[in-house]
Design a protein around this ligand. Structure first.
Ligand SMILES: [Fe+2]
Ligand SMILES: [Fe+2]
Length: 401
């Protein structure tokens, strides 16, 4: 499978997985191009596009990334790749190859470099655009078969309507691409700040936005969480700037009406489970993380995750997530609740122990009020403090931030 993969997305991945089964292939290779022959140069280096393809394919069985096209200098022509593969040692013996393409490419295939040779010697499998092959593409396939004896077969699949262009535009606008590409690809894009995401605001500008959207008390809480998260980060050798920023912004969506939060979640393309959807208390974290990106220009995936899970925790939570979770529960302006001083004290030396103590308390409090407990919290607890490893902690610690 060739292409610029700028960036790779879920339709690419579905193509790969579908082809594996439909054609009974041993492997599908994603082959990001060097300089593409038939579109403008992508503006993102082959090395980065390779890295994104690697991220997309990681953990996907029988889907591999090949750098033969990205590593070859000059314009990428498929015929060069195929000559190399078919004459070379790749695969260690008799290997046959099938070129996977989208139906739109059929229309221009006979104008590719050395098209005659390519069409005579290679097999093609074609994915329809939309639910069925359109007439024009089918006519092109028939014509190529007649004129060149081309070996073209159609794959019966309905691919999601996703394009790399759409993804780049969404990132540029600060919108989430969470449902459109594998998480590892989004993380890479965020980390490298690809596709011109919105500019980052100064802290003062962020505080200005919070002042306009939160109550004075909630603003005071946010500033206190900022300070506490930074302190915990310093004590436990974590990135202070990330902790502070996550702490400052963690409740940025807190005062949106539930209906507005749902609208925002829909508009921003945020995926979530039903129990989050149904609870404003849970929604504000997940919508807040999405707003961080769009309104505050924060794209660091570590910060986004810390905000997203600040009220429930999660299995696999990082130390940074834990520091922000805890800072929310024990910041210095919080109304005292049973056990808060013990948690504060423990947090100075044992972040995980303090978080476990706080989670047990929160879980107990939620259950005692007859409310449903989001499954992320017991999962977080089981992750950071496996059963049997800790003693009992006081109940009723807090009601969550
Ligand atoms: Fe919160
Ligand atoms: Fe909070």
């Amino acid at each position: 499978m060739g292409g610029t993969f700028n960036p790779p997305h879920n339709a690419h991945m579905m193509m790969a997985r579908t082809a594996l089964d439909a054609l009974a292939l041993d492997e599908v290779w994603l082959m990001p191009s060097g300089i593409p022959a038939n579109k403008p140069a992508p503006g993102v280096s082959p090395a980065r596009r390779l890295a994104m393809a690697e991220a997309a394919a990681s953990g996907v069985e029988r889907v591999r990334v090949s750098d033969i096209e990205a590593a070859r200098p000059g314009v990428t022509y498929t015929v060069d790749t195929m000559r190399g593969l078919m004459s070379g040692n790749v695969g260690g013996g008799r290997v046959s190859y099938i070129i996977l393409i989208g139906a739109d490419l059929l229309l221009t295939l006979d104008r590719w470099n050395s098209a005659d040779e390519l069409l005579r010697t290679c097999a093609f499998a074609v994915f329809p655009r939309g639910s069925a092959p359109d007439g024009e593409a089918m006519a092109a396939a028939e014509r190529l078969s007649r004129s060149h004896g081309a070996n073209i077969r159609w794959i019966d699949a309905e691919l999601p309507d996703i394009s790399s262009t759409e993804l780049r535009e969404r990132v540029h606008a600060g919108l989430s691409i969470e449902r459109l590409t594998p998480a590892a690809v989004q993380d890479y894009i965020d980390r490298e700040r690809l596709y011109n995401p919105p500019p980052t605001l100064t802290r003062e500008e962020m505080v200005g936005i919070l002042k306009a959207t939160l109550s004075p008390r909630r603003l005071e809480h946010s500033l206190a969480v900022e300070r506490k998260a930074a302190r915990l980060a310093k004590l436990h050798n974590l990135p202070e700037d990330k902790a502070a920023l996550a702490g400052l912004l963690h409740d940025c969506a807190k005062y949106l009406p539930v209906g507005t939060m749902r609208d925002e979640a829909g508009r921003l393309g945020v995926a979530m489970d039903a129990s989050r959807w149904n609870s404003g208390g849970l929604l504000h974290a997940i919508v807040g993380a999405a707003m961080l990106r769009e309104r505050f220009g924060v794209t660091d995936p570590d910060i986004l995750r810390a905000v997203r899970y600040h009220n429930t925790g999660r299995a696999g939570m990082s130390m940074l997530d834990t520091a922000v979770y805890l800072a929310d529960k024990i910041e210095d302006t919080r109304k005292p609740y049973p056990g808060i001083e013990d948690i504060r004290k423990l947090a100075e030396t044992d972040l995980i122990g303090a978080a476990a103590m706080s989670m047990r308390g929160s879980a107990g409090y939620v259950v005692s009020r007859g409310q449903p407990l989001h499954p992320d919290t017991p999962a977080a607890l089981a992750y950071i403090a496996p059963p049997g490893a800790q003693s009992q902690y006081p109940p009723n610690a807090s009601e969550g931030g």
